[in-house]
Design a protein around this ligand. Sequence first.
Ligand code: NDP
Length: 347
Amino acid sequence: TDPEGTVSLSVVGLGNYARSVSIPAIEAGDYATVSAVVSGDAEKAARVGDVHGAVPLTYEQFAEGEGVDAYDAVYVATPNRIHLDHARTAADQGKHVICEKPLEATPERAAALADACEAAGVTLMTAYRMQTDPVIRALTSFVSAGGIGEPTKAMGEFSFPVLAGSKGPDQWRLDAELAGGGALMDVGVYPLNTTRYLLGADPVAVDAMARASEPFGSQPDDPESPRFADEHVHVLAEFPAGTVGEFTASFSGDADSWLEVVGSDGRIRLENAFVPGGDRTVRVSTDVGEVEFSGVGMDETVEEFDYFAHCVLTDTPPEPDGRDGLTDVAVSEAVYEAAATGERTPV
Ligand code: NDP
């Protein structure tokens, strides 16, 4: 259906991703617009607001409800440990929420975020752009229709050399408090969430190993509070029906992202699986033969904001909802515990 109207968004946090990817994606789509921009830097808000014809606000003004009539929904793009505060403000204002991944830094805070939106009766979407990627959507239909038979295992990696970037060691991604962890929370969530989506199933238990070298910080030595900024993480996940998941993520070394799902009758391999922009390579091998497509897909982030706005306009619950976001944060809690104790940990 083609609904009437558009959803106007307040973009909260004018960081790298919001400015370079999300705002252009919102503007490129059909159903959402940018109508307010919120930043700790009033001058930046004014500058960005000017370019996009949006009301500039500071976090304090946003929290106090200034400019509240300018927007229908709030896009939260601040560091993970602050998502709850902004989402709560939005829910209290009766505004719908699209919140960046991971939903929050801990399961308690992620649950509080989902609960606040549910209690306020507003739509909440976790901004998992892989779930609006046409290639991933098509593969999910193929797998659920039995295209590769019974899925037996899924393997994937997302590694991104964060320290090699311009921000150096002093950044929130390496602050376990603000990020809720390290590589697992930032990039490991992609193979994990995408596999959950592709299989339509959630892990019941995990084994894990996580490590960090200077200047990433200390190792997990407190089983009671095992979250730390992991540089490398390796996860073995047990799904129902005995399907095995194996995921790895890193903040250093060679950048790479791929995903492979193996079934009783075939396998799917995705290269460039998780980078934004949709330029993916897919190879599907079954008893019938093998096909490979390169350079496929489209900008899934444009579709992500259009999908969210379409859900709001048609009062349809989005697929990547708050519970979906919470599940990954809960799995990550189990991963850090398994890495600290060396034991298989139920989710
Ligand atoms: P940046 O560091 O580039 O931006 C974060 C912004 O948050 C800052 O620029 C700042 O904006 C604001 N902020 C508020 N409080 C703080 C604080 N205490 N420390 C640092 N920044 C603060 O991060 P990203 O844009 O890369 O990431 C933001 C969110 O988006 C994260 O949740 C991340 O996981 C997610 N993300 C999602 C991606 C995806 O593909 N879906 C890709 C990249 C990130 P201001 O100066 O305006 O106040």
